[in-house]
Write a protein that binds this ligand. Structure first.
Ligand code: NAI
Ligand code: A1CAB
Length: 282
């Protein structure tokens, strides 16, 4: 194996995870649910509570990089799942734990390959991935970018780890990872806010709050499940709700307004997230 090739991550290969919070934890849950042996996963996590929970499940949990024992065959993969603001503290101490064939997979928003390389002792094999929180129930979607040095086996390794928590889509341009963040990484929050906004609107037209919330929540969940189960496009499903000159058409005239409707508002929101991702690069 050359320094630029990646070994496929076999069942006995070792994974090092830095940060076992919401995203790191969801990925670990997915790997364990998929049958990965807990002892093949080493986690660096400063939270003593989180370490105790991980240790109880058979993972190797260390408070910092100094406490990590590198396995004989090295770490096949390093997953970086700390906040962008923790990069300077979390990454440099882990650099000595990597070998030439270690595939670095970062799920952090904004932080580019160049920064990962600078802070981790210049690893060659880097994938940036942007998952989302439905990963916690195996229903996430992750957008991924691999540097050219990552070969087919390396992509398969990254995809194998990320597909344990949902769908995977590859993008060819690192710059577009921030756009992925704007659409799907941050996207679950937009949908949850849709429930909040529909609840608020229901209260505004006279419904008790809990009734409005129940109606709004079941509608968003039911509509998403219908979109998932149906062979129809979103457009066809929308049209199926919309009687000519009926109530839905009246609402959609507001929501689909070119100037003040949801599409221009959503474009502004996604652009703001994309731009914040770009700003986190620094
Ligand atoms: N929450 C989300 O919806 C998504 C988050 N991400 C990315 O995932 C990364 C983690 O985000 P979350 O899981 O939401 O945050 P989180 O706060 O839940 O988890 C971060 C974890 O890192 C740990 N940590 C802090 N300093 C550390 C250090 N020096 N060494 C090792 N671990 C350390 C914390 O104790 C915590 O458990 C971020 O970079 C974020 O951009 C990506 C996609 C979606
Ligand atoms: O809000 C954030 O910065 C992270 C990245 C995508 C979702 N949560």
């Amino acid at each position: 194996m050359t320094a630029s090739s990646t070994a496929a991550l076999g069942p006995a290969g070792h994974i090092l995870v830095i940060g076992a919070g919401r995203m790191g934890g969801a990925m670990i849950d997915g790997w364990l649910a998929g049958g990965r042996a807990p002892a093949t996963i080493t986690v660096i996590e400063p939270s003593a509570d989180a370490r105790a929970r991980l240790g109880a499940r058979g993972l190797v949990a260390a408070a910092d990089a100094d406490a990590v024992a590198v396995p004989d065959d090295g770490f096949a993969v390093l997953v970086v799942a700390v906040k962008p603001q923790s990069f300077e503290a979390a990454l440099p101490p882990a650099a000595p734990l990597l070998s030439a064939g270690t595939l670095v997979v970062s799920v952090a928003a904004g932080k580019p390959v160049a920064t990962l390389r600078n802070l981790l002792g210049h690893p060659r094999l880097v994938v940036r991935a942007m998952p989302n929180t439905p990963a916690a129930i195996g229903r996430g979607i992750t957008g991924c970018y691999a540097v050219p040095e990552v070969d087919g086996a390396g992509r398969a390794t990254a995809e194998g780890l990320l597909s344990a928590v949902g769908e995977v889509v590859w993008i060819a341009d690192e710059d577009l990872i921030d756009a992925v963040t704007g659409v799907s990484g941050s996207g679950p929050a937009y949908v949850f806010h849709m429930i909040e906004a529909m609840t608020q609107a229901g209260v505004a037209v006279g419904l008790p709050h809990e009734t409005a919330r129940r109606l709004a929540r079941a509608t968003v969940i039911g509509a998403a499940a219908l979109a998932d189960a149906s062979p129809e496009t979103e457009t066809a499903l929308r049209e199926a709700v919309t009687s000519p000159a009926g109530t839905t058409a009246a609402a959609l005239a507001v929501l689909m307004d070119d100037t003040n409707g949801l599409p221009p508002l959503m474009t502004r929101a996604v652009t703001a997230a994309r731009d914040r991702g770009r700003a986190l690069a620094d």
